[in-house]
Design a protein around this ligand. Structure first.
Ligand code: KG4
Ligand code: ZN
Length: 354
């Protein structure tokens, strides 16, 4: 029998539901964002997010079922993000999943949101274990060696900001709209990455940890120096700063990935998270993988960013290991994937999107 699962995701500002089969077929994947609701606040407001999830979850699930052509009776289980994330939103999803499980008798599986991201290349490309996953988003940045559905080894990560956060802050510093990543990338296309000598943080230190907050401060300094010297920034100055910043992020990610692959010679390097959309960063990582003789995998963008298909998939993988949850399933604001790794500063500490 091929398992079919409903996945539910509500840990940050995307309400999502999906129907996924064990053979990797995504029958439907609905994502309702909340960008407009939070736009005036410069970030995700947890209470607003939780309320919006509570309001939108049932509609998203109905739509996911309708698009799949299935009803609840055709499913084999319900997987839901049980953390880490903004607890109000996580609870809204968990309560919805419990209600469906109680009403239908379907098995319930609580899923770690980060496991959803980390297992996505298995859903999209059917790869085997082990592989290296670089998760680079607005709230997270970590290298994971993935050896099984629940076997994650965090090799390293950011000690302060996530790269997406640094892109967003850099955009803000330069007067560009949010989300900053795509804006900075567009500006960088017209810029000279060599004009400003921006730092490559932590490259001089061994290991795989990363840091992005100093880089953002260096952009701030360069901007202020220009403002003082010439009274403001020209369009070219801004493009050059964006190009310099982006090149620095790409260099740092590439070098740390090169080290991680050298010490963990696995056949595949995979990336996930919104920052993986950046063409310069993607190309840099692709080169590193090619040099190491590894295959490079970047899932399609809608599966790189938050979605419920990855949650359904992670639920199927956990279910096959025999994992089941019951009505005592509780949401967890923090839930490190690698329980043995030392806690890291900056790893979603502000409840940012994972
Ligand atoms: O994965 P995602 O959609 O949400 C999180 O889970 O964080 O990632 C969003 C982040 C934002 O910080 C955004 O600026 C960044 O990914 N991002 C990019 C690009 N597109 C999105 N960063 C750099 N270049 C891009 N093209
Ligand atoms: Zn995420």
């Amino acid at each position: 029998m091929t398992l079919t699962f409903l996945g539910i995701e509500s840990s940050c500002d995307d309400t999502a539901a999906a129907i996924v089969r064990e053979d990797g077929t995504i029958l439907s994947s609905i994502v309702a964002g909340q960008t407009a609701l939070h736009a005036d606040f410069g970030g995700v407001v947890p209470e607003i997010a939780a309320r919006a999830h509570a309001e939108k979850l049932d509609g998203c699930i109905e739509e996911a079922l309708a698009q799949s052509g299935l009803s609840l009776a055709d499913l084999d289980g319900v997987a839901v993000t049980a953390g880490p994330g903004l607890i109000g939103g996580v609870m809204a999803g968990v309560m919805m999943a419990k209600g469906i499980a109680a009403g239908t008798g379907l098995p319930l599986v609580g899923v770690n949101h980060l496991a959803g991201h980390a297992l996505t290349p298995r859903l999209t490309d059917g790869i085997g274990y082990p592989y290296l996953m670089l998760l680079v988003s607005g709230g997270h940045c970590q290298f994971l060696r993935v050896d099984g559905p629940e076997d994650f080894n965090r090799l390293g990560g950011t000690i302060d900001d996530a790269p997406g956060e640094a892109f967003d802050k850099t955009a803000k510093l330069l007067g560009l709209p949010q989300p900053g990543g795509p804006m900075v990338e567009a500006e960088a296309k017209r810029g000279d990455p060599k004009r400003f000598a921006l730092p490559r943080p932590l490259l001089d230190r061994p290991g795989y940890d990363l840091s992005f907050s100093g880089l953002k401060t260096a952009v701030l300094r360069a901007r202020d120096d220009l403002a003082q010297a010439q009274g403001g920034l020209t369009v070219q100055d801004r493009a050059d700063l964006c190009a310099g910043f982006q090149a620095a992020v790409a260099d740092v990610l590439a070098e740390k990935t090169r080290r991680a692959l050298a010490d963990n010679p696995v056949p595949v390097l995979a990336v996930a998270g919104g920052v993986a959309a950046n063409a310069t960063i993607r190309a840099a990582l692709e080169n590193v993988a090619a040099d190491a003789g590894a295959r490079f995998l970047a899932p399609p963008l809608q599966l790189c960013t938050d979605n419920a298909a990855m949650i359904a998939w992670a639920g199927i993988e956990a279910f096959r290991l025999g994992r089941r949850d019951d009505m005592t399933l509780a949401g967890r604001p923090r839930w490190p994937l690698d329980q043995t790794a030392a806690p890291m500063l900056g790893a979603g500490k502000k409840g940012a999107k994972a």
